[in-house]
Each structure stands twice: as C-alpha cells, then as structure tokens.
Design a protein around this ligand. Structure first.
Ligand SMILES: NC(=O)c1ccc[n+]([C@@H]2O[C@H](COP(=O)([O-])OP(=O)(O)OC[C@H]3O[C@@H](n4cnc5c(N)ncnc54)[C@H](OP(=O)(O)O)[C@@H]3O)[C@@H](O)[C@H]2O)c1
Length: 253
C-alpha cells in the first residue's frame, strides 16, 4: 500500500516548503503536489524526488480540477498519511472594489475546495493519518478592507475544529494553522502587484514559509488542533477572544 502526502498550493510559498521538507524527511512513499502552474510542478518534481513525486495539475476552483484529483485517488488507491490544504488567496480591497470573479475564486479556493479535499481524502485515510489546514490569523477578527479573505479563514478555523472532533474516534488528526504575515508571493498577489512585501509591524512579525511549514508539521505530529504561528499571533488571538470585536475593527479601520 503506497502511503502519500498530498499537498495543495504546492507550487509556491508555504505549500512548496511543505513539499521540500517532506521530501527531505522521506516520511512518505510518494508526494502528490497539486497546483495550476504545470511548469512549476515539473520543476519541483525534478528537483525533489522525481520517482516518488506525482504532479497533479488542477484548478481547485473548477469541478474538472476536483474530479481529476478524485479520479487519481480512485485509480491508485493510496493511503493518505497527510493531507495539506495550503492553496489559498485573497484580495486586500473593499468588497465593493472586488469583482464577482475575485470573490468567487477566494471563496471557492479557501472554503469550498478545502472542504471538498478533506471529504474526498477521508476514505483513503487510516488511524494515524493527519490533515493540516492553513487558515490565517485574519480569521480571528472581521477585517474591513480584507473582509472576504478574513471571513473565509474564519470558516477554515471553525470547520477544522469541528472536523477534528468528528474524526477523533478514527484517530485522524486535524490541525488548523493560523499564521500572521508570511514572506511569500501572497501579499504581492493580494495587492495586485502594488506591494511586494510587508511593512511596519507586519514586516517585523513576519515568518518565512519554511518556518510555517516546520511549525505546522511539528504541531500535526503532536496532534494539536489549532496553532497560532509566533508570539504576536498568539497575542492577537487572545485579544480577539477578550476584546470587543467592534473595538478592534475600529482600530483596524
Ligand atoms: N503569506 C501570508 O502572509 C499568509 C498569511 C496567513 C495565511 N496564509 C495562507 O497560506 C496559504 C498559502 O499561501 P502562500 O503564502 O504560500 O501564498 P502563495 O505563495 O501565493 O501560494 C498560494 C498557492 O495556492 C495555489 N492556488 C491558488 N489558487 C488555486 C487554485 N484555484 N487551484 C489550485 N491551486 C491554487 C497556488 O498555486 P498555482 O498558482 O499553481 O495555482 C499557490 O501554490 C494560503 O491559504 C494563504 O491564505 C498566507
């Protein structure tokens, strides 16, 4: 029985770092890397473990993309040791400034695809398998100017914690990871190329994608359910718990 780790968002940022670290640790027979950028997938496959890496070119926003992954699972029947849902996006713009397509892509990738991936992979998991869902600290508080993204990540936090409780008896661990700013292409895409990276407090508290992947893998191996990455994000989570959200929102605005 082939044991695999399946990673969405593997072509870039945090997902790519998961792929690199798992390839190095050789804990699985195969790595399945999912992304839309086929050229990037091919480069990674060649760089990592060519014989043991499966490149899955799929757009998670489309039914075709999801069906492609489902068909591969049905055909090969692997045991999924680890599912990592890292694919995600968001636009730093008021709701009125975002197109219907942008909002739809955000919700489809961050919420719909993540949920369907978890459901689709469950029949292939056994006792000891794990899921890592990448949410965000943005999911702890409503965020004007980043409303759709923050709400989508609240969904991931809520869904992951409920799923963890549902799967406890099957001994399948679900770990939801909430990073703050991470130095990837995310910010550039979120601002449509207006800013390259983070500034001010965000730059000071930012983590590298490698750090996030390492912390997440460790948390998953310990069976942790909700992880805030870094001290500043732990503080933010605490503040979101004890302070009135209206007050925090007026500070953000
Ligand atoms: N960077 C941050 O500051 C930060 C902070 C907190 C949370 N996060 C979360 O961390 C996760 C990873 O983000 P990142 O920072 O690594 O950003 P990134 O470098 O932009 O990576 C995003 C990944 O998502 C994939 N993706 C996007 N839409 C997709 C679709 N429709 N179908 C398939 N794959 C798709 C991209 O692959 P293709 O382009 O190949 O499709 C890419 O591999 C996201 O869920 C993000 O919300 C990021």
């Amino acid at each position: 029985m082939t044991r695999i780790a399946l990673i969405t968002g593997a072509t870039s940022g945090i997902g790519e770092q998961f792929a690199r670290q798992l390839a190095e640790s050789q804990t699985c027979d195969e790595l399945w890397l999912v992304g839309r950028n086929s050229a990037r997938l091919d480069v990674l496959k060649a760089e990592l473990l060519p014989q043991r890496t499966v490149a899955v070119c799929a757009d998670l926003c489309t039914t075709d993309g999801m069906m492609c992954i489902e068909a591969m699972l049905k055909e090969r029947e692997p045991v999924i040791s680890l599912l990592i849902n890292s694919a995600g996006l968001g636009y730093r713009e008021p709701v009125s400034g975002q197109s219907i397509g942008e909002i739809s892509d955000t919700l489809n990738t961050n919420c719909n695809a993540l949920t369907l991936m978890c459901r689709m992979c469950l029949p292939y998991m056994d006792s000891g398998s794990g899921m890592i869902n990448i949410a965000s600290s943005a999911g702890f508080i409503p965020q004007p100017g980043f409303a759709v993204y923050a709400a989508s990540k609240s969904y991931v936090i809520s869904f992951s914690q409920a799923l963890a409780a549902e799967l406890k008896d099957r001994r399948i661990k679900v770990t939801c990871v909430c990073p703050g700013p991470v130095t990837t292409a995310f910010q550039y895409k979120a601002t449509k190329g207006k800013t390259e990276g983070f500034t001010g407090i965000r730059a000071k508290t930012s983590k590298t994608p490698g750090e996030v992947a390492r912390i997440s893998l460790k948390a998953s191996s310990k069976g942790r359910r909700l992880v805030s990455v870094g001290f500043s994000q732990k503080l933010l989570r605490l503040a979101a718990k004890i302070l009135p959200h209206q007050w925090i929102i007026s500070m953000i605005k």
